[in-house]
Design a protein around this ligand. Sequence first.
Ligand SMILES: [Fe+2]
Length: 303
Amino acid sequence: MTDPQVTGLRSIEYDVLDLAKTSRFYEICWGLEKIAEHEGSHYFRATGSEHHIVVLHESSNVGVNRINFAAPDSDTVDALHAKLSGLGISMKGDPADLNTPGGGYGFGFIDRDGIDYGISSDVTAHSDAEMATDRPFKLSHVVLNSDKVDDQTEFYRDVLGFRVSDRTERMNFIRCSPDHHSIAFAHNQGPSLNHAAFEVPDFDALMCGSGRMKQKGFPVQWGVGRHGPGNNVFGYFFEPNGMVVEYTAEVEQVDEATYKTGTPEEWKQRVQGPDRWGFADPPTDHLRRCMGGDPQPPEVDIF
Ligand SMILES: [Fe+2]
């Protein structure tokens, strides 16, 4: 296989301080459904077909534990493993059948920023996927902070088959499917999680979900607005550990035949700031700090 590629973003795994409290948040406030417990960790699905999109691990730390990508088949998993193994990357074993909920075939590795990843195929898919009026149906994208944004972008392009959708002064946006971005790298000090975004069916669903969050004690921290790159509608919130989660909708779908990668200079001309509408106030200092990789729990106790 000459050009193995990952073809989607499956799930994000978090280290959290209070597993029970964070589980209640994802079920009652965020709109996911707990479908499994395995070795003390909790697994959550959205309304889409992906087996699970969030995993919570109780820990003394807060942050991203692992990000999982999809490969189309086991041959691609093997080919990506062989490609990564020749690059001096820290590999976490050979490809094998997975004993985690949803099963499948895959392996793990740690990238040059020290972030843990999984790549898998043949994970059990749900047959009852549907769109709900106020709940996420998939994990849309993960934004990672890095002081080596261009190096990371090249690695994901050259090794995992990502394409560069846009570059701005703040971020590089990369895709592995028609979605405008599944990963973005934000210029920042060192590697950390900036935020993860969960896609809801449309703008109305985003407002309904945001309203539920507000009623549950987690008001929107930034938004509602519409981003420049990706053209997606956004609303940003804290989860109980102070990590940042986003509801998003209307993500731009890329036509590989015609799409032209935008440059920082072009985006400065096209859009003033990160909100096309100019409606959203700037992010609070608290939100900026959490997006910068220093999660500070919000002062809310609803449970
Ligand atoms: Fe985002």
